[in-house]
Ligand binder design. Structure first.
Ligand code: F0G
Length: 422
């Protein structure tokens, strides 16, 4: 792997530094104080911001205890000691022997982020993001969402006693997610547009000071999501005495891809892992919404925004991955790649996971579908140790689950009728 530079890291700690934490623009290197003003992008060039620290902890700094588990166990790598917690993280790393056999890789684990409190990895970002919202002092939290972010924002906002506003693409959000946002008392507005349109609007509202933005453009969200990487590496190492060669994950806005890359860079900076040990980040998008795959395949530094996107995996029905400037270097510098998969392959992977007892929503299964495709093409080697990330729970999208599963058979209420029906 290349040098893994933290942009601006070589510069002296800026005067804006606040208790060893600051914000740096990944495009121009400008630095800002983290909590004095609310900003989501660089004042100078509008580039993406990244949270930076004076020090990076080593593995030994992350002590587990009965009362300190999940995301906040990694507080030494986060901007705060504790946040509004439900609690989140500490998700299982499943063995899936039949999928491993079928894919033909050396080792395969599935990190099931659907086991978080609201059923997706978004909870990891929200626990940190809402803590920051409390720090900067805001009344209203807002996001655009394909569903899971809205569910997590609604739950964490409710827990914190803050008003929440969510903008959803009308008719394109899975039932379980809308139900969550609704019951956790978010103000839900459905826009006549896709997710990218919703994000444009919520950014404008945030820019006008109407709400605190908690999409993954907010760099503090990614700090929480970084802990997915810590958990995978720690647990995989404990089981196998080495780190995985590759992590395969679904991509929408490419927030997780950026967050995992940051986790790796910080561990390397701390001397906790060698650059050569960093897993290859491998992103998977649905074929109908694959602008990041296009950029990786064509070697472009910029993403071409896809105005029309469509996929059964509604969570990743996104045509403008806003975190691409952070994620593209992550994919390239770790020796990873990106691949697009058809909806039918996603559903087949969803079934394969379900047959191992792992219930996921369609977008999550994209990682396993991507693994299979890249094995078939020989891009992923038979000798590799792979971790697939599954990002959301089966119950998020009951309609998709029902369509992918078998039909119930009607029968009279007698034992014989049941046996006949079989
Ligand atoms: N998987 C699931 C289940 C998701 O909900 C999302 C994003 C992703 C993958 C993609 O992750 O953006 O970090 O690349 N969902 C967002 C939302 C957009 O609004 O819930 P990413």
């Amino acid at each position: 792997m290349a040098e893994l530079p933290l942009v601006g890291e070589s510069e002296a700690v800026p005067s804006a530094a606040d208790d060893g934490t600051w914000l740096a623009c990944v495009a121009c290197g400008s630095t800002f104080s983290p909590f004095d003003d609310i900003r989501y992008t660089c004042d100078d060039c509008d580039g993406l911001l990244e949270v930076r620290y004076d020090d990076h902890p080593d593995w030994g700094d992350f002590e587990a205890s009965p009362t300190d588990r999940g995301v906040w166990r990694y507080a030494d790598a986060l901007p705060f000691e504790k946040g509004v917690s439900l609690p989140e993280g500490d998700t299982p790393l499943h063995r899936v022997p039949r999928i491993r056999e079928d894919a033909g890789v050396n080792r395969l684990r599935v990190k099931h982020e659907g086991m978080n409190p609201t059923g997706s990895f978004k909870d990891r970002g929200m626990t940190v993001g809402v803590r920051v919202a409390q720090e900067v002092g805001v009344d209203r939290l807002a996001c655009a969402s394909t569903g899971n972010t809205s569910a997590a924002l609604a739950a964490y906002g409710a827990r914190a006693g803050l008003e929440t506003l969510v903008l959803l693409p009308q008719g394109k959000v899975a039932a379980g997610k809308v139900a969550q946002a609704s019951l956790h008392d978010a103000r839900i507005v459905e826009l006549d547009g896709n997710f990218d349109d919703c994000l444009d609007v919520v950014q404008e509202l945030a820019g006008r000071g109407e709400a605190y933005l908690l999409n993954s453009l907010n760099p503090f969200r990614l700090e929480g999501q970084k802990t997915i990487g810590f958990e995978i590496l720690e647990r995989f190492y404990a089981d196998n005495g080495k780190y995985p060669d590759r992590i395969v994950l679904p991509v929408g806005n490419a927030g997780n891809t950026s967050a995992l890359y940051k986790a790796f860079r910080e561990l390397v900076a701390a001397g906790a892992m060698e650059p050569s040990e960093v897993p290859s980040l491998t992103g998977v998008q649905a074929a109908g919404a694959a602008p990041l795959v296009e950029a990786v395949t064509e070697g472009n530094d910029e993403i071409r925004r896809w105005p029309d996107v469509e996929t059964r995996a509604t969570a990743i029905r996104i045509g403008n991955p806003v975190n691409a400037p952070k994620a593209l270097p992550g994919v390239r510098e770790t020796g990873g790649t990106a691949v697009a998969v058809e909806d039918d392959a996603i559903t087949e992977a969803q079934r394969a996971l379900a047959r191992e007892g792992v219930g996921v929503e369609p977008a999550s299964a994209a990682s396993v579908a991507g693994l299979k495709k890249l094995r078939d093409h020989g891009t992923i080697g038979a000798d590799e140790d792979v971790v697939c990330l599954t990002t959301g729970h089966l119950l998020k999208d009951p309609d998709a689950a029902y369509e992918a599963g078998g039909e119930p058979v009607p029968a009279d209420a007698t034992a014989d009728a049941v046996l006949n029906a079989l």
